[in-house]
Design a protein around this ligand. Structure first.
Ligand SMILES: Cc1cc2nc3c(=O)[nH]c(=O)nc-3n(C[C@H](O)[C@H](O)[C@H](O)COP(=O)(O)OP(=O)(O)OC[C@H]3O[C@@H](n4cnc5c(N)ncnc54)[C@H](O)[C@@H]3O)c2cc1C
Length: 457
């Protein structure tokens, strides 16, 4: 697609349009991954007027990878990466740190209906992981990168049935996996809670905040990062787009919007983003005595067999990490009662799995935004004259963000690739039902599915 060849499904070009931003990301908790990073030194916030060939708005997985690729491809161009908050403390740095090769959706009963779609997704996710690995090695990023795969873990008959469906789906696309019985699960995790596991090898576990900050710190001499610089207004124009923050403005020839659901604030897909939060907690590092009490391997990562079950990790620094609960987050903001509810749920999951040590509780509990589209669509492509977008994580964003970010940069530089072709063909976010229906629908269905997941939680 040429620069002016805008897909019909995407909004029309945007010359001379002023958009005031009304909603901003804001968090009431800090990501445990970010909080436990040693020596964080934040980039300055934007002050005064600067010019650049490219401005990338949003420093999550989509944004840091887009900025990295643009800076690589256009060594002579000035590149600016702007984020409203601190990179690594955003949704991307709040995630569980699974860079997945295979979407979790093969466990869905209707997986077979979109076999090619799932193969394509696996292929581009692997390319995303490869790009992350290349950055890791090139810049020596310390982020506890571990290519140990993920284990889908079941506790109930229902969970075990989910794993069987999942295995059948993997057979259909020729993906290798391994079954773990209860004893093997106990050997790995140090808990007798799990009855069955299905291990797939291609996923990488990492410390997300460390990886994100590592990429952002190594964008090269032609790139500048600004943190704590929320964009308050954007004036789409020619030859410059003007991006305003409270104390500065960027005049940029090209804009890449990589701000997840907040892209709707920038004049695109205004009624598509469904704001959902999910929550995580992390213990302090376990003591030698606590480790001896539970046993198990040094690091591992479990994905629940049932999608509303609990994700659990043991991290490289010997912490236990627990994630569950999805909830509607009005305006992409969570509340203290929602956070407290999640923490109670995490403690219950901890008690069930590790009763010997669960009294230690958690050092950090936090929530993070998922931007979902009703039809699972994502933003990828040219949105207007020198305006590009890659957004809408739909629940997973690490490897996906890496490939979306890399590919949107390549597309914006006029390149073509298999990944670009796949991403261009994906559905765009559809318009969501009116807020009252969506919010009630999400609240009802998340509570019902949590209840149905039972002991998998
Ligand atoms: C608890 C939890 C666990 C998860 N686990 C996983 C996992 O293991 N694996 C996985 O693949 N995914 C996981 N996810 C999902 C993953 O975190 C998201 O898919 C990912 O963060 C999306 O990346 P992103 O770059 O699109 O968005 P974000 O990380 O949301 O980045 C968007 C950025 O845009 C910035 N922004 C928005 N508005 C403005 C503005 N006005 N001005 C300037 N900047 C702005 C924000 O500050 C933000 O930094 C998890 C999410 C959560 C919350």
């Amino acid at each position: 697609m040429g620069l002016h060849d805008v897909k019909k499904t995407e909004p029309s070009p945007t010359t001379q349009r002023v958009v005031k931003i009304e909603k901003f990301p804001s968090e009431i908790s800090m990501s445990g991954w970010f909080a436990t990073l040693p020596n964080v030194s934040l980039a300055p916030s934007l002050k005064g007027r600067v010019e650049a060939d490219w401005v990338i708005i949003g420093g999550g997985w989509f944004g840091v990878n887009a900025a990295r690729r643009i800076a690589e491809l256009r060594g002579q161009d000035g590149v600016i990466l702007l984020d409203a908050g601190a990179i690594g403390n955003n949704a991307a740095g709040r995630c569980a740190g699974y860079a997945i090769d295979l979407a979790h959706n093969p466990r869905n009963a209707n997986f077979a209906e979109d076999e090619q779609g799932n193969i394509d997704e696996r292929d581009i996710n692997v390319e995303g992981i490869n790009y992350l690995r290349d950055g890791l090695q090139r810049y020596n990023i310390q982020c506890d990168w571990s290519e140990e795969g993920k284990t889908h873990a079941a506790v109930t008959d229902r969970g075990e049935a989910c794993l069987t469906t999942f295995a059948q789906a993997l057979d259909r696309i020729g993906v290798k996996y391994e079954w773990y019985n209860q004893a093997q699960m106990r050997e790995m995790v140090g808990s007798k809670y799990y009855t069955l596991g299905l291990h797939t090898p291609g996923t990488v576990l990492l410390q997300p905040a460390a990886m994100l900050r590592g990429i952002a710190a190594n964008l090269g001499n032609n790139a500048t990062v600004y943190e704590n610089s929320p964009v308050v207004e954007i004036r789409y124009g020619s030859p410059w787009h003007v991006v305003r923050t409270a104390n500065g403005e960027v005049h940029a020839r090209n804009v890449i919007l990589a701000n997840n659901g907040f892209i709707s604030q920038f004049g695109f897909y205004e009624h598509s983003a469904i704001p959902v939060y999910t929550y995580a907690s992390m213990t302090r590092p376990l003591t030698v005595a606590e480790i001896a009490k539970i046993g198990g391997r040094n690091t591992w990562g479990l994905i629940p067999a049932e999608s509303f079950g609990t994700t659990v990790r043991r991290t490289a620094d010997n912490r236990l990490f627990i994630r569950n609960i999805y909830d509607y987050a009005d305006g992409f903001h969570t509340t203290q009662p929602q956070l407290e509810r999640a923490k109670r749920s995490h403690q219950k999951s901890f008690d069930r799995r590790f009763p010997e040590i669960s009294h230690i509780g958690f050092e950090h509990t936090w929530g993070g935004a998922l931007s979902l589209a009703q039809n699972g669509g994502t933003v990828f492509g040219q949105l207007g004259d020198r305006v590009f977008g890659a957004a809408f994580c739909n629940g997973t964003g690490v490897s996906k963000g890496a490939i979306f970010g890399k590919s949107i940069a390549e597309l914006a530089c006029g390149q073509d690739s298999k990944a670009i072709r796949i991403l261009k063909n994906k559905a765009r976010p559809s318009r969501a039902y009116p807020k009252i229906i969506t919010s009630l629908g999400v609240k009802w269905s998340t509570r019902y599915r949590l209840w149905k997941a039972g002991l998998e939680v």
